[in-house]
Design a protein around this ligand. Structure first.
Ligand code: ACM
Ligand code: ZN
Length: 568
């Protein structure tokens, strides 16, 4: 007897198959959710740690009542514990408990790093080393110095999933992470001369730097277009030198002006606040007073320090000014030493930037005082250096000796090579890498910041129309930033390579006036640069970097900072 027609059987079969298919999809989704779980940490962060060994099966459950053990007598350790608590809460909603003496705490901070190194031998990078171990007992964070604990806490932060108010435990796969940075100097320049940025913004900028493991904020404080550092001996220098009558509109020099006075400067108290804030995040602030060029704002206040006597308006448009400090007036050095003396009182950095770039010599060539000084010093043009370039080197040497008495070394842009390098001066190579190579060959330390890889005021996308307009003479895409190798093995011996302290990216702000635009220029290119700064070349892989980036962007979102959504 035929109970069902063939069609009915076929229909039942179809219904059965469809249900099976739906169930299997549901099951797959369920299993997927359980394995590539939104609740699970992933240690492949940016910058990528040196070594990450993960057991993909076993996990430690970080619950909402998890405690943190640490040495409560060490305030620096305590501060880093508080950072981790803040970040774990932001990422997962879990509020860790402070349980300093609990040997069974879920997270333990310790300075008992297994491999000891003599204090006389240890490198700056080894001071930042850390280990994170995750096993059935929980998470152990071990470093030699508190700086390492901070770096470890950042890695853990970036590993966490983003969950709003975790109800279930966060799963931390068993792992051993060992890490330390490649370079001791990992810099970011912020130009506050062309545009003034608030102290609150600068603190956020430091937070973003620290997130990426960068440790040197090169703070460009003075420019033709504005003097931003309070000098108590010269009260009008900042009050008047920081204000320009108006600003040219649009990228390049359009000749059209906004008619709006623009100004702002940092009091010494504010600078100290920035230094303190940065130091708590293991960022050193390297201030720059750019001399003897880029000084038109100072000349506005003190026209007698210029070769022509002025008057000099605070510059309202971009480019290189011919109006520079007079190299032959003895008051120039008095002025510089007064300014730099106060700078040293405010900024404890062992290295101070004195600029030295783009100082045209037109005025010096025609100035009786400059020419008299050249004669007095017996400077003669030769096939390597002009007499005027040697006059700039004379100023550098005077400044260097003054700074040495205060225990500081000077850094200059690579133009300082042009009149002959002095003493222990450090060269920041920006017009490509050749200045850096030449300086290292002469035994000088070097920071590599070649413009085509490092000038992040430039566009990051090929389609310039898709991004805010800025300095647009060439493209500095994230992949270009990522591809930079600072050690130039073909051109430098192993000994000379040791003089390369590290790389830096530069955020010039002629065309960047607002915080969210500044972060757009910075991110995610600082992410790309962080792997140049932190990782070994053999670890680098741009395609892998791109895969790791979406999780870092979630941290940017939590921090409320803008970033370029596309990456090329
Ligand atoms: C520079 O870009 N003038 C250092
Ligand atoms: Zn002069």
């Amino acid at each position: 007897m035929l109970l069902y027609s063939q069609n009915t059987v076929k229909n039942i079969h179809t219904i059965f198959m469809r249900s099976l298919f739906s169930i299997s999809i549901l099951l797959t989704m369920f299993v997927y959710a359980g394995t590539i779980n939104a609740q699970r940490a992933n240690y492949d962060v940016i910058p990528l740690p040196k070594s990450v060994k993960v057991d993909s099966v076993k996990v430690f459950n970080l619950c909402k009542d998890a405690g943190v053990a640490f040495d409560a007598t060490n305030p620096e350790v305590y501060r880093n514990v508080l950072f981790l608590c803040e970040w774990v809460k932001e990422m997962t909603g879990i509020e860790l408990k402070l349980t300093p003496n609990d040997k069974k705490a879920a997270i333990k901070f310790s300075l008992d790093y297994p491999v000891k190194i003599d204090a006389a031998e240890i490198t700056e990078q080894q001071k930042e080393a850390y280990i994170i171990k995750v096993d059935k007992k929980g998470v152990s964070i071990i470093a030699r110095e508190p700086a390492g604990l901070f770096r470890a806490a950042q890695t853990l932060r970036k590993s966490l999933p983003v969950i709003k108010g975790a109800v279930k435990p966060v799963e931390l796969p068993f792992a051993e992470i060992k890490d330390e940075p490649r370079f001791e100097y990992r810099g970011v320049l912020l130009d506050c001369g062309r545009h003034y940025f608030s102290v609150d913004f600068i603190k956020k900028f430091i937070d973003v730097m620290a997130l990426h493991g960068s440790n040197q904020l090169h703070w460009h404080l003075t420019e033709d277009q504005g003097w931003r550092f309070e000098v108590k001996a010269y009260p009008t220098l900042a009050t008047q030198g920081s204000v320009r009558a108006e600003t040219v509109i649009g990228p390049g020099n359009s000749g059209i002006y906004d008619g709006v006075p623009y100004g702002g400067y940092y009091t010494q108290e504010e600078c100290r606040e920035v230094v303190r804030y940065a130091a708590e995040r293991y960022v050193n602030v390297v201030p720059e007073i750019d001399l003897p060029g880029h000084m038109q704002s100072a000349l506005h206040v003190f026209p007698h320090l210029g070769c022509t006597g002025g008057p000099y308006p605070v510059r309202t448009y971009w480019g290189v000014s011919r109006e520079v400090l007079c190299g032959g007036n003895p008051e120039t050095l008095t002025f510089l030493k007064t300014v730099l003396g106060e700078l040293c009182d405010v900024f404890p950095s062992k290295i101070i930037h004195i600029g030295g770039d783009e100082c045209p010599k037109h005025r010096w060539k025609d100035c009786p005082k400059c020419q008299a000084k050249i004669k007095e010093l017996g400077l003669k043009s030769n096939d390597k250096h002009t007499a005027e370039n040697q006059l700039q080197s004379y100023i550098n040497r005077e400044v260097e000796a003054f700074m040495k008495e205060r225990g500081r070394d000077i850094i200059g842009w690579d133009e300082i090579l042009e009149g002959g390098l002095s003493g222990r001066s450090i060269v920041m190579s920006w017009r490509g890498i050749k200045g850096g190579i030449a300086a290292a060959r002469q035994g000088h330390r070097v920071i590599m910041s070649p413009n085509v890889y490092s000038y992040i005021d430039h566009p990051q996308l090929k389609d310039y129309g898709k991004q805010p307009r800025t300095t647009d003479s060439y493209l500095v895409s994230a992949s270009k930033v990522y591809s930079f190798e600072p050690l130039i093995p073909d051109s430098l011996t192993a000994e000379q390579q040791k003089l390369i302290l590290g790389p830096q990216v530069n955020l010039w702000t002629e065309h960047v006036a607002y915080p969210q635009h500044a972060f757009y220029q910075l991110l995610p290119r600082l992410g790309a640069s962080s792997e140049v700064q932190w990782c070994l070349p053999e670890q680098k892989d741009f395609e892998q970097f791109k895969k790791r980036l979406p999780r870092l962007k979630k941290v940017y979102d939590i921090m409320g900072v803008n970033y370029c959504r596309q990456i090329e």
